[in-house]
Design a protein around this ligand. Structure first.
Ligand SMILES: [Zn+2]
Ligand SMILES: [Zn+2]
Length: 338
């Protein structure tokens, strides 16, 4: 099971109900924070997740709505020494900008009180163990240098208890060795191989997370067949020309990708105040049935059989949000990112 918590679901600037992009992805006791928009540390507290084990931060790209929260997050973590270390990963452009923010603005020549490391990465596998893999894939978005992340629980062969019973294998270390793929010799001298007691491989849970993107045709292979695809939907089709101009997607384009790649569930985020949640969902659902429009503090658990368990944040009427910033967007400021 892989779980994702949404800490910020707004595009470009926060709204009354939505913070700037940040997600926490959890697998067993591992946690990864993906992006860290302004205000993320308060969202972490409000979500109940807190700062524990947030030692790995993955950045999708260098735009300010995705990285500015690192200054506040790291200064708090350093002041209280909440974490022993923080490692930040992203493509070179994102890492360079974040280094400027941390070294030139936050630290200004002082030594950090915890270990902070920066890792300029390219697409490929980032972390891997016997159960889990995290990899990065290229995403096309303004400024280049963007990454999406794929979280995969590895396929597992289930242990067939009935077969083990029938073969007379006692519960305990022999069964554990078989699960690990080793043959065992029973007290009566018989040798049992894993093949005899393990079922066919069962696909693990998987989650693909795309930050901002300007096109989807080059993402089909990277996200093929995942249990859940999280991706931006900054615009709707009537504003497709704005989407192209600012290198963002419409909800319909995100849904096209979900359908073309055969994913199980589509979760839309990076939303504009100019639309209502219902409009975004409807546009996507015309192409792909299993659509969620994320809200701050939503949690989604992706299970190995492709099912999704959803813990929705409190419902609210997004349409009530009509503020000054929204007015200026309608006047044409758009989601240019910075
Ligand atoms: Zn953005
Ligand atoms: Zn961007």
């Amino acid at each position: 099971m892989i779980e994702i918590a949404f800490l910020g679901t707004s595009a470009s600037a926060p709204s009354i109900r939505r913070g700037l992009p940040a997600h926490v992805v959890m697998f067993e006791d591992r946690r990864f924070m993906v992006d860290c928009g302004e205000g993320t540390q308060r969202q972490l507290l409000r979500s109940g997740l807190g700062f524990r084990r947030l030692e790995t931060i993955l950045l999708t790209h260098a735009h300010l709505d995705h990285i500015l929260g690192l200054a506040g997050f790291l200064s708090t973590v350093m002041r209280w020494e909440i974490l022993p270390r923080v490692a930040i990963y992203g493509r070179r452009g994102a890492i360079e900008r974040v280094k400027d923010l941390i070294y030139r603005v936050v630290l200004r020549g002082t030594r950090p009180s915890i270990e902070i490391s920066f890792h300029a990465i390219e697409p490929g596998v980032l972390f891997e163990d016997e159960k889990f893999r995290v990899s990065a894939f290229p995403v096309t978005h303004r400024g280049g240098d963007s990454l999406g992340y794929l979280f995969q629980e590895k396929p597992r062969r289930p242990f067939l208890v009935e077969k083990a019973e029938a073969l007379g294998i006692p519960p305990g270390p022999e069964r554990r060795r078989l699960v690990q793929g080793h043959p065992v010799t029973l007290p009566d001298g018989r040798v049992v191989t894993p093949e005899e007691v393990l079922g066919p491989p069962v696909e693990g849970a998987s989650l693909a997370l795309v930050g901002d993107a300007g096109r989807v045709d080059d993402l089909v292979e990277a996200v093929r067949g995942v249990g859940a695809l999280v991706i931006e939907a900054t615009y709707l089709e009537p504003d497709r020309d704005l989407a192209r101009r600012h290198d963002h997607l419409t909800a319909a384009e995100a849904a096209w990708l979900a359908r073309a790649a055969g994913v199980r569930h589509l979760i839309l985020t990076h939303l504009s105040r100019r639309y209502r949640e219902r409009e975004i969902r409807q546009e996507a659902q015309a192409l792909f049935p299993h659509v969620w429009v994320a809200r701050d503090f939503d949690r989604y658990r992706i299970l190995k059989d492709g099912r999704l368990e959803v813990e929705r944040a409190e419902a609210y009427e997004i349409e009530e949000e009509r503020d000054v910033l929204a007015e200026s967007e309608r006047a044409g400021a758009g989601h240019s990112g910075l």
